[in-house]
Write a protein that binds this ligand. Sequence first.
Ligand code: ADP
Length: 438
Amino acid sequence: MLKSDHQAALLNICLIGIVIWNTFVWNITELTLVIVVILFIRNYALHARNKTFLDQLEIYEESAERILVDEELPYIQPIMSADNELIGVEFNRLMRSLQRQFAANRSNNHIIRSVSRVIGTPMVILNSSGKIDYANDSFKAWHWGRDIRHIANKELRHILQDALLREIPLKQELNIGKDFYVAHSNPIQDDSKKTVGIVILFHDITELKNYQHLQREFFGNASHELKTPISAIKGCAEILLNGEHSLETYTEFLTIIQDENLRLERLVQDLLLINRYEHQQIELRRENLLLNRLLTNAIVKVLNVANLKKQQIHLDAPTHVPFAGDATMLEHCFLNLLTNAVHYSGEGSVIRVKLGEAPDGKIQLEFKDNGVGIPPSDVPHIFERFYRVDKARSRHSGGSGLGLPIVLSIVQAHGGSISVKSTQGIGTTFVIQFEKNL
Ligand code: ADP
């Protein structure tokens, strides 16, 4: 096409030269006229051809823009150039290949977006120049924008910069507010193994961290609880072994050893139980039982201690309340609540146990005492392991601080719920509800 344009320009110059020569040298007007007409027709034809090319170029431009907004591409009718070349065939092929490429990229983006939404945890993809190429909504909650240098959290910023710099798989811990994460970064490589970006996923390990913290606390508390009776036993034994003592002293110290040993035994039993309940190692042995009968059994077991304090225990229950549950566990649960009611109530008080139906039709059990009550600030914590309102009083009564956590585990294992209402100096009521299952 370029070649033919040069030839056309040369021809034009020659014809114009002949016209000038004719007009001023030979003065042949007819010939001049003919040449002018030829010139006119030729230039008009050239103009028409150029316009066709320009129109074609415009179509190319429009098509290129359409590709970006994912419109259906029109087929461009190829045109013939002056050199008999078909123009537009290659363009059509190139455009369609580009469109396929864009569609593939868009589909990859959709996949990444859907996957990151399913994962839910924060995720970010950085390109090799350190800009954010993609971030899911959870990551955007931390940082919105493409430049990682503007990330406010210093720890997070360092993790991203480190991942970019080192270009190897990395695992780093991160703490944002009350939450803990492990950032897993992995380089993205192209076919020639060149790193073209980094993908970083943040796994939420807050629950695990909290669990570890609880476990540390639990072992700390457990060893402390175990140490107290062990030290008492050790101390008494040492005193008795080092010297002559009267019979009364022997009796006194041996009684302490016996009491502390009992406390130790109870504590170990409770520790084993709570461990098994909380790790669901005990399978519920559901059997058909009568709740009213289980309550009577539990009451009989605490009557001795209640009698010593001249307390009365009233049971208000129908004669037949069937339930499918684990009899041993349920009796243990009722016994813990009754023991507490006896321990935390004064001499001559009355403890009322009621078995009936809740307004919504569930089975409801109430354990009501008029004892010391629980301060409002302690109520939310009483189901926590080793939590005791009055440590001295609880220890004196042989309490381990594990009674209520065990009660809660048993109730929950049976699909039930437990609540507590308490007023200091007036008394406490525990209410358990179970779905009817027989
Ligand atoms: P403990 O072995 O110390 O009794 P629990 O887990 O059974 O442990 O109870 C936790 C704490 O809740 C107790 O130390 C006590 O302060 C309080 N508590 C439980 N039941 C009662 C109750 N009926 N009246 C008053 N306080 C209670």
